[in-house]
Design a protein around this ligand. Structure first.
Ligand SMILES: Nc1ncnc2c1ncn2[C@@H]1O[C@H](COP(=O)(O)OP(=O)(O)OP(=O)(O)O)[C@@H](O)[C@H]1O
Length: 535
């Protein structure tokens, strides 16, 4: 958070200065009232008229003093929110892919949708709102001290009482706020699964039970929210009551001071007006502190996630200067948790050759691809890229030269061209050529390849077309190593051979294909078949 505040220093200081000016104007109202009372008591009508006109313009100025700090607070909070969203996406980009794969995707969605909202509305807004309150409080205090010291000290004691409630409630409020966010996460996650599993649930008649599960989760969210809001409301109410008590107390104590002729009636009017600019800010202070303390845990967790160090391994700094000629696996030992997947596996992959990896389900084929793509962590000396440790290569440098064609095609809501180039710069002729080579030119005959708005096509690609789009990406990238994860799964033999021909057309590369295919023609197109056995 400090880093973000530092980046917004100019906006922050501008807000502080505007708050100080606004506070001075607001506190000045008491002096205007004091003056009016004094002149009214003197019976000087002409001066009273003059001061009345002055008061009118002063009230106009006072209106602006309410608006301007609100606006500067809004600009400051929204710039911070913008940076937080940017930092969150950067954090995810920087993350170690293994950690990313391990976590629930909805956890990240919730950070953007739920936690950021809490930080904005219950942490930053009340936090920056406090600055005006602090200035108003301090200036009012200075004025009252000037009018009468002992009365001011009594007022001050009374004015602090509303702060007691949030102070005692902070722990429980903070825990309850976190519980609400957790329930929001669960409900969001269930709703997301409802959308992604819509057809399965509909056709499998799972909706009645699933809807019950969702309703129960929503019910728990309702209960948690009510509990939190009740506690929060109670804290506000106690603060409000104490604030009211302090205000009435000022009139009563002030009455005694007037009776004892220690202060005048105009002084009492000024001081009770100032009490509202002392107790008012303190009341605001107490509700804001209530919100801040309640949301602090959520804000701290979000910032800890963004600033956390579970990013990519720091020792991955080597760059790959030359094209990759060999990938070597030497005596690989690899576990998923307690489960041994590879027990001394050795294999060299050479440029210009095509390798098919086969084996029973669960024998570790996809795991091997993920190791070769630098995703899973491995011990030193087990995977070498042209004699360089895979572990030490920067992922950016590795991904310049390695492409991973995944089983499940990710499609982005943008143009066809960007879907092929995966958001890198492209020349249209190259996209047209790649689509032709991957047999997708007919499919996109009537589409504007560069149109980023009309994405209806993304919902209607067949299984074979999706596979071809994945391969079009690999052809566009033209990397030295292409790793295919079951490129023909779910395809008929004709489509299988189309994909096989496409793969065969890629020359002078290291091609590694994981496959379950038993099609001898397809398998015959590889230079080497590698059979994995369960360890
Ligand atoms: N991240 C993971 N954490 C724990 N276990 C995993 C993980 N990934 C895979 N496994 C397990 O490791 C074993 C090998 O998985 P892998 O996906 O590599 O097999 P596969 O040969 O590709 O299987 P299939 O042919 O069915 O796709 C499986 O039993 C799988 O459940």
């Amino acid at each position: 958070m400090k880093k973000i505040l530092k980046r917004n220093q100019p906006l922050f200081f501008l807000h502080v200065i505007l708050c100080a000016m606004a506070a001075l104007i607001q506190v000045g109202v008491a002096l205007v009232y004091r003056q009016i009372t004094e002149v009214a008591m003197s019976g000087d009508v002409k001066r009273l008229l003059f001061i009345g006109i002055f008061a009118f313009f002063y009230i106009l100025l006072n209106t602006m003093s309410d608006f301007i700090p609100r606006r500067s607070k809004s600009v400051l909070v929204q710039s911070i929110m913008n940076q937080l969203r940017e930092s969150l996406s950067q954090k995810i980009v920087r993350m170690n892919p293994v950690l990313f794969l391990k976590n629930e995707k909805n956890e990240y969605l919730s950070k953007l949708a739920n936690e950021m909202k809490v930080v904005e509305l219950e942490f930053l807004k009340p936090g920056f709102g406090l600055i005006l309150s602090i200035f108003t409080f301090l200036f009012s205090l200075l004025f009252t001290l000037k009018l009468n010291t002992s009365f001011s000290l009594i007022m001050l004691l009374l004015a602090f009482s509303p702060l007691l409630a949030p102070y005692f409630a902070k722990r429980i409020l903070s825990d309850r706020r976190k519980s609400v966010v957790l329930e929001q996460d669960r409900t969001l996650s269930l709703f997301d699964q409802l959308l992604s599993g819509y057809l399965t649930l509909r056709v499998g008649k799972g909706f009645p039970t699933y809807t019950k599960i969702f309703t129960n989760s929503s019910e728990r969210l309702k209960k948690e929210s009510i509990t939190f809001e009740t506690l929060q409301g109670l804290t506000y109410a106690i603060s409000f009551g104490l604030g009211d008590l302090a205000y009435s107390g000022t009139w009563i104590v002030g009455g005694f001071f007037v009776a004892a002729k220690i202060i005048t009636i105009p002084d009492l009017i000024a001081m009770t007006t100032l009490m509202s600019t002392i107790a008012g800010p303190l009341e605001y202070f107490s509700t804001s502190v209530t919100d801040i303390l309640a949301s602090k845990k959520v804000a701290d967790d979000l910032i800890a996630f963004i600033d956390g160090t579970d990013d990519d391994e720091p020792n991955r700094s080597l760059e790959l200067a030359e094209p990759i000629n060999t990938l070597s696996i030497e005596n690989l030992h690899f576990h998923h948790g307690n489960r041994l997947i590879f027990n001394g596996f050795t294999q060299t992959f050479e440029r210009g050759k095509k390798y098919a990896i086969t084996g029973a389900s669960g024998s570790g084929k996809s795991t091997l691809l993920n190791i070769l793509a630098g995703i899973y962590p491995i011990d030193d000396h087990q995977v070498l890229v042209d004699q360089q440790e895979m572990n030490q290569l920067s992922r950016d440098s590795l991904y310049e030269k390695v492409a991973l064609v995944q089983q499940k095609t990710a499609i982005f809501q943008t143009s066809i061209a960007y879907n092929v180039s995966i958001f890198s710069e492209y020349e249209l002729e190259k996209i047209v050529d790649v689509l032709k080579r991957s047999g997708l030119d007919d499919r996109f005959d009537n589409n504007d390849l560069t149109d980023t708005q009309d994405n209806t096509w993304i919902n209607f690609l067949s299984g074979g077309e999706l596979r071809r789009l994945e391969i079009a990406r690999a052809i566009f990238k033209d990397s030295d190593v292409i790793l295919f994860d079951e490129p023909t799964s779910g395809l008929d033999s004709i489509n299988e051979m189309i994909i096989s021909d496409l793969i065969c057309s890629l020359t002078d590369k290291i091609i590694i294909v994981v496959t379950h295919s038993t099609n001898q023609e397809f398998l015959g197109s590889f230079d080497e078949l590698i059979q994995l056995n369960k360890s």
